[in-house]
Design a binder for this molecule. Structure first.
Ligand SMILES: NC(=O)c1ccc[n+]([C@@H]2O[C@H](COP(=O)([O-])OP(=O)(O)OC[C@H]3O[C@@H](n4cnc5c(N)ncnc54)[C@H](OP(=O)(O)O)[C@@H]3O)[C@@H](O)[C@H]2O)c1
Length: 436
């Protein structure tokens, strides 16, 4: 299908949708036909995913050309590291009409925070799109807080039909959890610091709160080391208490570390560590229950107390062959990715987000309870003279209008503007697709 024809079809469908009324039904001779709704959704989703996949191909083509054009060897290595060694990154999240990602409270453990993941904000049609997007990417990435609060499955829930032209594959779940605090809270219901003198080793491990299948958890190398020490202490203590109290559970913890073939110790710090946790619950009357959880820790470098996103992407690309990642949120992660893109004044080769696919739902939460999408985004970040205008504003002899003009200009120039933008209505939601 040509792009022009696809756009025409989309425009036609948008017109149908606009006239279909609030329940999104396509009316034919006064009757709403659900198959027409399905067809409409399918065509629109196909149009969005086709465009996204052409963006992915474009990036690969451009990267390859840049790589080949560079005849200076040193530069070529630098280019390869900067451009080629990271996956294609798509932002895909759902927001309310007032730009909120979720409802939240100051108490992060409150149930309200858990109640508004993207799946709950979106309409069924855009949820279907989300699963198609997941199917297109090798990895799906969320922040530690989302992993803890939403306990997401991060898989692709599409039902195959005889006419589907795609195969269904789950993306690799990826979590950014610098200090592994969120992982600890899920497993032990607490954060345990093994540096403390009288450290309280937990009596149990709960593995059923981790719903994502075999997630990769990116963390600092120190956190990975402390976590392994904690597991060892847990296993030791459990052996003792098992003998004393005859616990009904037994734990088997298997740790597999990748080793650097060249014996490079520095390199070895950043190699993946696979942890298999087997929990057997003994049952007198019935069969024993054996549960297993596999997580892979991926140690990454740190930058200003958080994971260095460039190194995270580089590691995922190099260690797991992940060529495309869908970043779903939450706010902290989305903001950090964009902050990283504007450090050098939006230089193309240094950005780390390629495409944005946002679902906007016709709902409003409001500032009191809402979590703004880009709460941590600072569009002046990286500027050395960022205080210039504000300090000027305090001087009595400066004309306020001049200062505010220059400030507006500055802000307008620094605002993030997307390219090749398109809006498509899907069910009651609106989908925005654009390139960065
Ligand atoms: N509407 C949607 O589409 C959608 C999608 C996803 C999530 N959500 C919602 O978003 C909310 C959570 O958002 P959130 O902002 O509180 O948390 P978040 O973005 O999910 O996670 C932030 C945490 O990630 C860790 N992290 C590691 N490296 C980082 C880096 N480079 N930059 C930033 N953070 C880094 C930090 O914890 P450490 O320092 O401890 O590692 C940080 O506290 C939840 O309520 C969830 O339901 C909504």
């Amino acid at each position: 299908m040509t792009t022009a024809y696809r756009l025409f079809l989309c425009m036609l469908l948008c017109t149908c949708h606009a006239s279909a009324g609030p329940d999104n039904a396509v009316v034919q001779n006064g009757l709403a036909t659900s198959s027409s709704i399905d067809d409409e959704t399918t065509i629109k989703i196909k149009s969005i995913t086709t465009q996204l996949s052409s963006m992915m191909k474009d990036k690969r083509r451009i990267d390859k050309r840049k790589y080949q054009q560079n005849d200076n060897e040193d530069d070529m290595h630098q280019q390869a590291a900067d451009i080629l060694s990271r996956p294609f990154v798509t932002f895909a999240y759902a927001q309310t009409l007032d730009g909120m990602l979720a409802a939240t409270t100051s108490d992060q453990t409150d149930a309200l925070t858990k109640s508004t993941s993207n799946m709950l904000l979106s309409c069924p049609e855009s949820i279907k799109l989300t699963h198609h997007l997941r199917n297109m990417h090798d990895g799906i990435l969320v922040g530690g807080s989302t992993f803890l609060l939403d306990q997401p499955r991060l898989n692709c829930r599409l039902s195959p039909t005889s006419t589907s032209s795609y195969s269904i594959e789950d993306p690799m779940p990826i979590v950014l959890d610098t200090h592994l605090n969120n992982l600890q809270r899920l497993l032990f219901d607490d954060i345990i610091s093994i540096q403390e003198e009288n450290v309280d080793i937990p009596e149990d491990i709960t593995i059923d709160k981790i719903k994502a299948h075999n997630p990769i958890i990116c963390c600092s190398s120190n956190a990975a080391k402390s976590f392994l020490d904690l597991l060892e202490l847990f296993q030791d203590q459990h052996e003792v208490t098992k003998r004393k109290k005859r616990n009904k559970k037994s734990y088997n913890i298997i740790v597999t570390k990748k080793i650097d073939e060249n014996g490079d110790i520095e390199n070895e710090l950043y190699l993946p560590i696979k942890i298999t946790l087997q929990v057997t619950t003994y049952n007198k009357k019935e069969d024993d229950i054996v549960e297993e959880l596999i997580v892979t820790l991926l140690p990454c470098q740190i930058h200003t107390h958080k994971l260095d996103l460039r190194h995270v992407l580089h590691q995922l690309y190099n260690q797991f062959d992940i060529l495309s990642i869908m970043v779903e949120g939450g706010s902290g992660i989305l903001s950090s990715f964009l902050n990283e893109c504007i450090v050098d004044g939006m230089k193309k080769s240094s950005k780390i987000v390629d495409c944005v696919c946002v679902t906007t739902t016709p709902k409003v939460i409001g500032g009191k309870w809402g979590l703004p999408i880009f709460r941590g985004l600072d569009i002046l970040s990286g500027r050395t003279d960022r205080t210039y205008d504000t300090s000027k504003k305090n001087k009595k002899d400066d004309k306020d209008t001049d200062v505010s003009e220059s400030f507006s200009d500055q802000m307008l120039n620094r605002m993030i503007t997307f390219k090749d933008c398109e809006f498509v209505s899907l069910g009651q939601d609106s989908i925005f697709l654009g390139r960065l």
